[in-house]
Design a protein around this ligand. Structure first.
Ligand code: FEO
Ligand code: CA
Ligand code: CA
Ligand code: CA
Length: 622
């Protein structure tokens, strides 16, 4: 593959290209065995009280009156946002829009953003976000996950970076944006020049905290202390702490690194997908990203990073106690005894679902202190009888030191026999009940190929379908209603599928119908009324296995009934990712990432954007 082909792959396809699954010879056999209707039902129903999966998890849509205060929308294949009647939307901010007035003229429809203003504007590829309010003012912290090379470097052949300046431009347009917003005549606007406005890029200095701070695994020539690092990167999902700070989650950091000679020997490089050739060209012009010269630099990325959005001078802090992997999001709740619990997925085929619990309790009104530095990391193990347990990743259990466990968490989790998952994306917890959900987006390798650690990925309880094209949403209830308990029971809230194409397990669970079908659930958040908002990042070809599913979308699920209804469709090419609400809950902010065509302007380059959605009657929407 040429440089330009490599650099224009998605992070996911980049990893798959380097590590493909076996050819189709074994494929048909395995799929047939695993998903024949009889085989599938037999498998699920044979597991003890497995029938409960269908009785509680896969509810009949006709069973209860709908709680959805909207008319569901049909699929779309257009280049627009579609919403139910009675709802309106407006773009709040687009890639390249100014955060400070000195960048008012920065964006050009043909050329994008110039280097000089590239850290003064809203970044590209908007993703997870949270809203913070203080003294009547509202601030959004939001991730810019990656930068599309051809979109950002239009004059470079195929978008392949040509210089250190090209690389610096890309680095500046990713990371995190903090911005004040204010009500406008319709919807909201960004408050340019607000003292809250801030860009955190791949070159912003961050503090390293927790057990890995200062450890030799994290020391480099430019930072012999191992305590400070430049940049938080590939910021995917997000979370909010109980004390009102932002958690940004570093996902596909591996793609920024390459090696001018050989990839270093040692733990973790292969398991984390660190390869000779990166997908962004950074290593050609920025030696920090050349692992041959700086073998420890990648060990300083892949963490949950905490940012105080209301204190622009506070440095971001990498919380190493929460482990190092391809972090999707970080969902914080409290255990019954007051300790802090964080649920986290590692988004890679056959990787794992994690939990962190602080040693100390959090008292309302107090700052976080070292609650995210002193605690225990766990990984989930699921049993086929619909129970499971959180397994503590300790030196005794893993045979690794605490530093190795946190720096190479995947290897530690494999050592304790964690359950391989179908790409854990966002975790969302019910606002009033001890109930948690994780989107398992899809896994075409399920049953066909082990994960990068060699762990078996045969279909298992929460990941029951081989070559899983569609994904599912897992749900668990901690024992005793306590997120601090080590045991839980689980079921599947929904298995996505296509009942118009398949009549086996690929048709999905009974709460999937021709009227609400979708694939690849990814972003998720609960609204205050206890409804689960589901965003998709999947195949929007609308053909073959995906016929009748249309563009990516946002749906709303009722946890009590299993009902799911489509609320929004995205412009073709885009995924929907990131969701938060205004303080008064009358406006929902939704991220539209990597649109196609020239959305939303109708001319020039496609621009990832946050849109504001409201009800025309001004009522709350969540
Ligand atoms: Fe960045 Fe797993 O999504
Ligand atoms: Ca995602
Ligand atoms: Ca995804
Ligand atoms: Ca994505």
């Amino acid at each position: 593959m040429t440089d330009h082909e490599l650099t224009n792959l998605s992070p996911d396809d980049f990893d798959e290209y380097h590590d493909p699954r076996p050819g189709p010879c074994g494929f048909d056999m395995v799929v047939e065995r695993a998903i024949s209707r009889r085989g599938f039902l037999g498998g699920v129903l044979a597991i003890g009280s497995g029938a409960a999966v269908f009785e509680t998890g896969f509810a009949s849509p006709a069973r209860a009156a709908s709680r959805f205060e909207f008319e569901p929308v049909g699929i779309a294949t257009d280049r627009a946002v579609q919403l139910p009647p009675g709802f309106s939307h407006k773009v709040l901010v687009r890639w390249g829009d100014p955060l400070w007035s000195d960048a008012n003229a920065a964006f050009s429809p043909d050329e994008g953003v110039p280097l000089a203003q590239s850290d003064r504007v809203f970044g590209e590829c908007t993703d997870g976000m949270e809203l913070f309010a203080a003294d009547g003012r509202e601030v959004i912290a939001v991730n810019s996950e990656f930068a599309r090379l051809r979109v950002n470097l239009p004059s470079a052949s195929q978008g392949v970076p040509r210089s250190a300046d090209d690389v610096r431009l890309l680095q500046n347009l990713q990371g995190v944006t903090v911005m004040e917003i204010a009500r406008d005549t319709d919807g909201y606007r960004v408050v340019t020049d607000s003292h809250f406005n801030r860009r955190i890029t791949h070159n912003t200095e961050c503090r390293i905290a927790g057990p890995l701070a200062g450890h030799e695994l994290l020391r480099t020539a430019s930072d012999p202390s191992g305590n400070r690092v430049l940049g938080t990167m590939n910021n995917c999902g997000a979370g909010q702490t109980l004390w009102g700070t932002y958690l940004t989650c570093e996902e596909n950091f591996n793609g920024y690194f390459g090696a001018s000679s050989e990839v270093p020997e040692g733990a973790g490089y292969a398991r984390y997908g660190l390869r000779k050739k990166g997908r962004n060209g950074y290593e050609w012009f920025d030696p920090r990203f050349d692992m041959s010269e700086n073998p420890n630099e990648p060990h300083r990325h892949g963490f949950v990073t905490e940012i105080d959005p209301l204190n622009p001078s506070a440095p971001p802090v990498k919380r190493t106690a929460l482990g190092r992997f391809k972090h999707e999001n970080a969902e914080m709740v409290q255990a019954a005894d007051g300790r802090v619990v964080v649920y986290m997925g590692d988004d890679e085929r056959g990787e794992f679902l994690y939990r962190y619990i602080s040693d100390a309790v959090w008292q309302p009104g107090q700052p976080g202190g070292d609650l995210l530095d002193r605690g225990q990391l766990y990984v989930a193990r699921f049993n086929d009888d619909l129970t499971g347990e959180w397994v503590a990743l300790t030196p005794d259990a893993t045979g690794m030191t605490q530093a190795e466990i946190l720096c190479f968490s995947r290897i530690a989790a494999s050592a304790v026999g964690a359950t391989t998952m179908d790409r854990p994306e966002w975790v969302a917890c019910h606002p009033t009940k001890a109930e948690a959900y994780c989107a398992l987006t899809n896994n075409r390798n399920r049953g066909l190929k082990p994960n990068a650690g060699g762990d078996d990925t045969s279909p298992n309880g929460p990941n029951p379908r081989a070559a899983n094209l569609y994904g599912q949403i897992l749900r668990w209830h901690p024992d005793g209603g306590d997120h601090g308990a080590d045991g839980f029971s689980w079921d599947l809230y929904v298995m996505a599928g296509n009942p118009t194409v398949h009549d086996d397990a690929y048709a999905g669970s009974p709460n999937v119908t021709p009227g609400n079908m979708f694939n690849s659930p990814d972003g998720m958040a609960f609204s205050s009324d206890g409804l689960l908002w589901i965003q998709t990042d999947g195949n929007d070809s609308n053909t073959g296995d995906f016929a009748g599913m249309g563009n990516n979308q946002m749906l709303v699920g009722d946890p009590a009934t299993g009902d799911i209804a489509r609320f929004m469709t995205a412009p073709r090419g885009a995924e929907v990712t990131g969701l938060c609400w205004s303080s008064d809950r009358t406006v929902a902010f939704v991220g539209v990432q990597h649109p196609g065509g020239s959305w939303p302007d109708g001319v020039g380059r496609p621009r990832s954007s946050i849109i504001a959605i409201w009800r025309d009657d001004g009522a709350t929407i969540g």
